[in-house]
Design a protein around this ligand. Structure first.
Ligand code: NAP
Length: 260
């Protein structure tokens, strides 16, 4: 028996990076997957890999900045695979997409970041809750960030969205704890993904150092983390074994926050 046998999981931002690694790890543990992001070709690549290993993966391309599609997304999963039992709110816009001091910050970028990083997880969680409450079982996992706990230079919208996501996680966790539903967040440090590559480039340019110097100086490990180092914690939080882990915001950061 695998850890997530036959569980129906919806993973946002599943086309690349951390979401992709979580999708592959969930599939290896027997979950039936619904994968969403905007880029259909990336979703197809992940789904193809899962299907060729004998797993189930449905692809649902969608833009999470569009509120109207969120309820529809959850309904499509229910129709094809059954009600969502595990929701991973992973999709996100990084500070790297529009870094700026607050005085010059783009209001449009602020709105877009809050929509994708905070409002979409709220609305998707709300949409999956009735099914989880009926079943008295559910797992909601947020991929937050260490910037949910500390500021992000030139990334006000990112840090605000991730701080907000932790507030939402803890509040929802209290509300549904007695219903067999757990809500928790993973707070990664710098992970080697497209989003982080762009941020490293920005900081390297800002500081006048090389990309390599910036990347290796980010953690006490002397390197960034790989997406595959985040996925096992998501598998654990999604499993029956984590039934008593409630409202936590767990760092996997290579020691960044510990060093202050
Ligand atoms: P990534 O490689 O850029 O992947 C981001 C994913 O989110 C992609 O699949 C992207 O797909 C999707 N996405 C972005 N905007 C979207 C939108 N409007 N609608 C639907 N999907 C959207 O980044 P990542 O590093 O894996 O980030 C995943 C999560 O980890 C994010 O929440 C991020 O904040 C968090 N995180 C990352 C790091 C890090 O260092 N990498 C650290 C801490 C936390 P499309 O572009 O195709 O839509």
């Amino acid at each position: 028996m695998k850890l997530l046998d036959n569980r129906v999981a919806l993973i946002t931002g599943a086309g690349r990076g951390i979401g992709r690694a979580i999708a592959l790890a969930f599939a290896a543990e027997g979950a039936r997957l619904a994968l969403t992001a905007r880029t259909a070709s990336e979703l197809d690549e992940v789904a193809g890999q899962i299907r060729s290993a004998g797993g189930t993966a449905l692809t649902l391309p969608a833009d999470l900045a569009n509120r109207a599609v969120l309820q529809q997304l959850v309904a499509s999963v229910a129709k094809s695979l059954g009600p969502v039992e595990i929701l991973v709110n992973n999709a996100g816009i990084g500070s790297s997409a529009g870094p700026s001091p607050v005085v010059d910050f783009s209001d449009d970028f602020w709105e877009q970041t809050l929509q994708v990083n905070l409002t979409a997880p709220y609305l998707l969680s709300k949409a999956v809750l009735p099914g989880m409450l009926a079943k008295k079982w559910g797992r909601i996992i947020m991929i937050a960030s260490i910037n949910g706990k500390i500021g992000a230079l030139h990334g006000a919208a990112y840090a605000a969205s991730k701080h907000g996501l932790l507030g939402f996680t803890r509040t929802l966790a209290i509300e549904v704890a007695k219903e067999g539903i757990t809500v928790n967040a993973i707070c990664p440090g710098p992970v080697h993904t497209l989003m982080n590559d762009v941020r490293v480039q920005y900081d390297a340019r800002r500081k006048g150092v090389t990309f390599e110097e910036q990347a290796t100086g980010l953690t006490p490990l002397g390197r960034r983390l790989e997406p595959e180092e985040i996925a096992p914690l998501a598998v654990y939080l999604a499993s029956d074994a984590a039934a008593s882990v409630v409202g936590q915001a767990i760092n996997i950061d290579g020691g960044v926050l510990m060093t202050g």
